[in-house]
Design a protein around this ligand. Structure first.
Ligand code: UD1
Ligand code: CA
Length: 450
């Protein structure tokens, strides 16, 4: 058995009230269609065919890196018409139909559906309390007889709660035969894919169903409200999974996990934190309130204090970062480092045991071990045109309010007197100063108010 996947994504999604095609709207930072493509890929099909229509070029562009056979449906004449467009490209012996706007589809359900529908027709169903709007699964004692769309349902049929999720897996040669037989003779004047079920019944083809158990896995997105609700559900789920694994999330309704967050043991996350992209927190890491972490790695026993921003950086073990610290892309601290309030670090390595506790800027620098950078120090890395590197070797002490004009090396063990503007390399183990001498003007008097 081989599999081809068809993803229906031609609709505009008019209830989104957006110029953007529905499947490009993002759920947790990813377009809806991406989720469906990822699920399809996981099934290792021989090919993936995506039916596009509304602003098809835009959709194709967004996924230009994906190996996909794009099929343009000229007019949205119904799901049956959409699938028909793909028939010349289906190579697999089975065809799995997915919807581009059903993002959280469960892989196990799909695998099961594919398995049970071999040589026949399989429908992924769901038992929905309020089935309004959905196609109903019509059964007799001997099995499934057909799918009736809501608008074509009789009063009794409307009471059926077993619904068609829209996801089907069909024997390809049979599908092609049935597709050539369906018409638009119904209340919506559409070519219904669901009409193939009655045709299968007529042919005595095996019709099977597999019931999805979790509603969110078969829910389609039709409006912004549904998108926002799903986003919330997803975040809530991620929070719950982490709590389940032992992470202390003080208030999960106030924690935003927008990408992937992987945590070690005994991690604590206070309120208002945002995690974007791929974030890893080691054992015993504490993340203080209102901290923003993006694509970063925090190693064991480090404490990120409130209101810190860490982007594309790595924090070593046993660090104290913040409050109000900013680690910009390329910041890397080794073990036992302290980075205090209003300190900005960019594209720099900070060696083990070093302290940069107050109001400093360290950019394009290499800071050695056990360095102490006083309050208000600046590595002047930019001459207005080019960026230059500052090297601060081990055991250096930089007095407060000093400027280090790069390119520059502060040699091991040197001390820089407070308030210095250092423009030349300094010798090891000595005190260097660059400031005018303190003078006192004896006859000077403070002006008096007139
Ligand atoms: C469809 C099913 C219904 C099922 C429901 C589940 C049919 C006839 N009905 O109804 O039984 O309960 O889904 O949500 O299949 N699309 C195209 N081209 C078209 C029409 C639709 O690509 O010409 C795409 C849409 O973009 C969407 C999907 O197919 O992703 C489903 O279309 P939609 O109009 O939402 O189908 P429903 O009427 O809701
Ligand atoms: Ca729909």
């Amino acid at each position: 058995m081989t599999l081809s996947v068809v993803i229906l994504a031609a609709g505009k999604g008019s209830r989104m009230f957006s110029e953007k095609p529905k499947v490009l709207h993002e759920l947790s930072n990813q377009p809806l269609l991406q989720y469906v493509i990822n699920a399809a890929r996981n099934l290792k099909p021989v090919n993936i065919n995506v039916v596009v229509g509304y602003k098809s070029k835009l959709v194709e562009q967004e996924f230009s890196k994906e190996d996909i056979n794009w099929v343009v449906q000229k007019e949205q004449l119904g799901t049956g018409d959409a699938v028909k467009y793909t028939t010349p490209f289906i190579e697999g012996s089975q065809t799995l139909v997915l919807y581009g706007d059903v993002p959280l589809i469960d892989l196990n359900d799909l695998k099961k559906l594919i398995q049970v529908s071999e040589n026949g027709l399989g429908i992924l169903t769901f038992d929905k309390k309020n089935p309004k709007g959905y196609g109903r699964i019509k059964r007799t004692e001997v099995g499934v007889e057909g799918i009736i769309e809501e608008k074509d349902c009789s009063k009794t049929e409307k009471k059926i709660t077993e619904i068609n999720t829209g996801i089907m897996c069909i024997d390809t040669s049979k599908l092609n035969n049935w597709l050539s037989q369906i018409d638009d003779n119904n209340s919506q004047k559409e070519y219904y894919l669901t009409d193939i079920v009655a045709l299968a019944k007529k042919d005595n083809t095996k019709i099977v169903t597999h019931e999805a158990k979790n509603e969110s896995t078969v829910s389609g997105i039709n409006s912004k409200a549904e998108l926002i609700a799903m986003e919330k559900t997803m975040k809530q789920k991620k929070n719950e999974e982490l709590i389940e694994q032992g992470v202390t999330i003080i208030d999960s309704s106030r924690t935003e996990i927008r990408g992937s967050l992987v945590c070690g043991a005994d991690v604590e996350i206070d309120v208002g934190c945002i995690f974007e992209g791929d974030v890893k927190l080691g054992n015993n890491v504490k993340v203080g309130a209102y901290t923003h972490l993006k694509d970063s790695n925090i190693l064991d026993n480090s404490n990120i204090k409130p209101y810190s921003h860490i982007d594309t950086s790595e924090v070593g073990m046993n660090n104290n970062i913040g409050p109000y610290a900013r680690l910009r892309p390329g910041a890397k601290t080794n073990n036992n480092v302290n980075i205090g309030n209003f300190v900005e670090i960019k594209n720099s390595i900070v060696g083990a045991g070093s302290k940069i506790n107050h109001l400093s800027y360290v950019g394009d620098s290499e800071v050695g071990k056990n360095v102490n950078i006083g309050a208000g120090c600046i590595t002047c890395n930019y001459d207005g045109v080019n960026k230059h590197k500052t090297v601060i070797e081990d055991d250096v002490f930089i007095g407060s309010n000093s400027q280090l004009v790069a390119p520059l090396t502060i040699s091991a063990g040197s001390t820089i007197g407070a308030g210095s503007t250092i423009t030349k390399d300094t010798p090891a183990n000595q005190l260097s100063l660059a400031r005018s001498k303190q003078t006192t003007i004896p006859s000077w008097e403070r002006p008096k108010k007139k």
